[in-house]
Design a binder for this molecule. Structure first.
Ligand SMILES: [Zn+2]
Ligand SMILES: [Zn+2]
Length: 344
């Protein structure tokens, strides 16, 4: 086995390194800058060059990080490691590990639909594939990104006509910038941001990603008129005092979880927009098949249904419990359960 599951994370003994460890280790190879994958406290990190700015924001100025371009081979104690686009957020990578004729790929989080804020997912051949399964249930199927963006524009336009500010909740790293990239030619009104998102907007712009102009909301006077604006905020700002400055508002939430009506209801938001940075059910199965892997380890979310499907279709598959369950979209995992009513 090229990789084993330890209490600190997925470990490659031959190369003496960990992939996205959940506890501090001497050498970490990082798939992307989301909090459950890029944890603070390791001695050294290897990450993808495209994600340099967001990874430095996540890990802090003191972190020792080596960056490799996508596809560039790095020799770690005789093991050949390379990072390849995962299509999830800026700088997200699949980790390809090759040693003594055996190839493993750890996908991290991924999506196969291209978006303009990151390099598109690259299918890789391997013997063993470690896949995520955040949306590993047949009910999760996404429409193209353009559909959600059109819905967001229509909602914003309607609210602006009614002098009501549009507060859109979206995860601050990745999802918010993807929405801003899609709205960069919009003239309905100004786009305002919460500080958590504005910081990452700067990283995306500095990395050369084209996103809409934004105004940091907290820098404006209290009496500012926000009524035709779109306000992008992290989900944690929901129900907070911070929202009061915007006057009359309508609230929306952009997430893959919005596919399930119960998740909307319990968030007490006015509108849900189905937009995910993770693969949906058909894409997961397609991506797994494209690897040609004879063995699949399933992490995140709905491990059971994905393992069951693979085993029924002749693939050696097992569920792997990891420390990667706590990120962004998965915070709603307990709200969205199998068999709930689907939003059409
Ligand atoms: Zn992620
Ligand atoms: Zn994750």
């Amino acid at each position: 086995m090229l990789l084993t599951v330890t209490d600190r994370g997925l470990y490659c003994e031959a190369g003496d390194f960990y992939v996205d460890p959940w506890l501090p280790v001497p050498r970490a190879v990082i798939t992307h800058a989301h909090g459950d994958h890029a944890r603070w406290g390791c001695d050294t990190y290897l990450g993808a060059r495209d994600g340099e700015r967001v990874l430095r924001t996540r890990l802090g100025v003191g972190a020792t990080i080596r960056f490799a371009s996508y596809g560039e081979p790095v020799n770690l104690n005789g093991v050949r490691v390379s990072l390849h686009p995962a299509g999830h957020i800026l700088g997200s990578a699949q980790v390809r590990i090759e040693h003594a004729g055996e190839v493993w790929v750890v996908s991290g989080d991924y999506k196969t639909e291209p978006d303009s804020t990151c390099a598109p997912f690259e299918p890789l051949r391997c013997h063993t594939f470690v896949t995520e399964s955040t949306f590993g249930l047949p009910i999760y199927r996404w429409s193209p990104e353009a559909v959600a963006l059109d819905e967001i524009r229509g909602w914003w336009r309607t609210n602006a006509a009614l002098s009501r500010a549009s507060v859109l909740f979206a995860y601050s790293l990745g999802k918010a910038q993807r929405i801003l990239a899609g709205l960069r030619d919009e003239d309905i009104g100004p786009i305002y941001t919460h500080g958590a998102i504005e910081r990452l907007n700067r990283d995306y712009r500095d990395s050369g990603v084209a996103i809409a102009d934004t105004i940091y909301a907290s820098a404006l006077p209290r009496r500012h008129d926000f009524s035709n604006g779109l306000i992008l905020a992290p989900p944690s700002a929901g129900g907070s005092l911070w929202l009061r400055r915007f006057g009359a508002i309508s609230t929306g939430f952009a997430s893959g979880w919005m596919r399930v009506r119960g998740a909307r209801r319990r968030r007490t938001i006015d509108r849900g927009f189905v937009l995910s940075d993770h693969a949906d059910w058909p894409s997961l199965l397609d991506a797994i098949a494209a690897t040609g892997a004879e063995r699949v380890w399933v992490t995140h979310g709905y491990r059971g249904p994905v393992v069951k499907w693979l085993v029924e279709h002749g693939v050696e598959a097992e569920s792997v419990v990891s420390g990667w369950e706590g990120e962004g979209e998965t915070e709603l995992l307990d709200l969205a359960v199998a068999g709930e009513e689907i939003v059409e």
